[in-house]
Ligand binder design. Structure first.
Ligand code: SAH
Length: 236
């Protein structure tokens, strides 16, 4: 079973959106587990403080290494699974990293707040920094929700049809083709004829061409990456 443990100063944020729809049903069905642990439980002084001012000066507060290390040790003593720190400095979260995490035993996910966390706990507890994009959130919780959601939908039994995970955006470094459903005519716009032709080969060819055109136009970075990967594959 895939186990997510989240270390946060705001455990009430969880499960939040992960308690709804696909992820929520899977959680209720026991296909994965979620434990949100309050970092503050590891605080030792009477004010239960978890942060302090940055060494060297500057604005804001930094999460203390000793408190966070104690919280990690209490949560993860006997479990062997990736330990992640949500961080704008981290490795970008991509569908291939999501696939890799979903195939494993789960993850321990640390959510930063304030100016971030003391560097020494990152090193001492082997935290891998993961970013959900080039922008700054006020805390790691929304990033953790995004990461967990992306992983959970790939777990066996969570999505209705196995195929719905293999044909979608990024499955082959391509964005997804346009989707349509009834009504046949919407404000004068018909569904492309080919999609209602019943010719599966033609439908597949049309979808592939649309996906390629969209990817080239919108994400030249993905397109270049795809060309590179395919070249390497054919070159052996
Ligand atoms: N001073 C830090 C930002 C701290 S933001 C810096 O400039 O790098 C506070 C917390 O929000 C971070 O510790 C991290 O856990 C989370 N966070 C912010 N942006 C994020 C992003 N793009 N991806 C993942 N986590 C993020």
């Amino acid at each position: 079973m895939w186990r997510a443990t989240v270390l946060t100063l705001f455990p009430d944020i969880f499960p939040g959106p992960l308690g709804q729809s696909l992820a929520g049903k899977a959680l209720a069905a026991g296909l994965w587990t979620l434990e949100a642990r309050d970092i503050r439980e590891a605080a030792t002084d009477k004010h239960r403080s978890v942060d302090d001012t940055p060494a060297g000066g500057g604005p804001g507060m930094v999460l203390r290494a000793d408190i966070l290390a104690a919280a990690i040790d209490a949560a993860d003593a006997s479990l062997d699974r990736p330990r992640l720190l949500m961080s704008p400095r981290g490795r970008p979260l991509t569908q291939s990293l999501v696939r890799q995490l979903a195939a494993g035993p789960g993850a321990l996910i640390v959510c930063g707040r304030f100016e971030g966390v003391d560097q020494r706990v990152i090193e001492a507890r082997g935290l891998e920094e993961v970013s959900i994009g080039d922008y700054v959130l006020s805390g790691g919780e929304i990033a953790a929700l995004a990461l967990i959601d992306a992983c959970v939908r790939l777990l066996p039994g969570v999505m209705g049809k196995a195929e719905s995970g293999t044909e979608e955006s990024f499955s082959d470094s391509l964005l997804e083709y346009p989707q349509y459903t009834r009504p046949q005519l919407f404000e004068g716009r018909p569904i492309p004829e080919i999609l209602t032709s019943g010719d599966h080969a033609k439908v597949a060819a049309w979808r592939k061409a649309e996906a390629e055109a969209l990817t080239r136009a919108r994400r030249p970075d993905l397109w270049a990456n795809r060309q590179g990967t395919r070249k390497n594959t054919t070159d052996g």
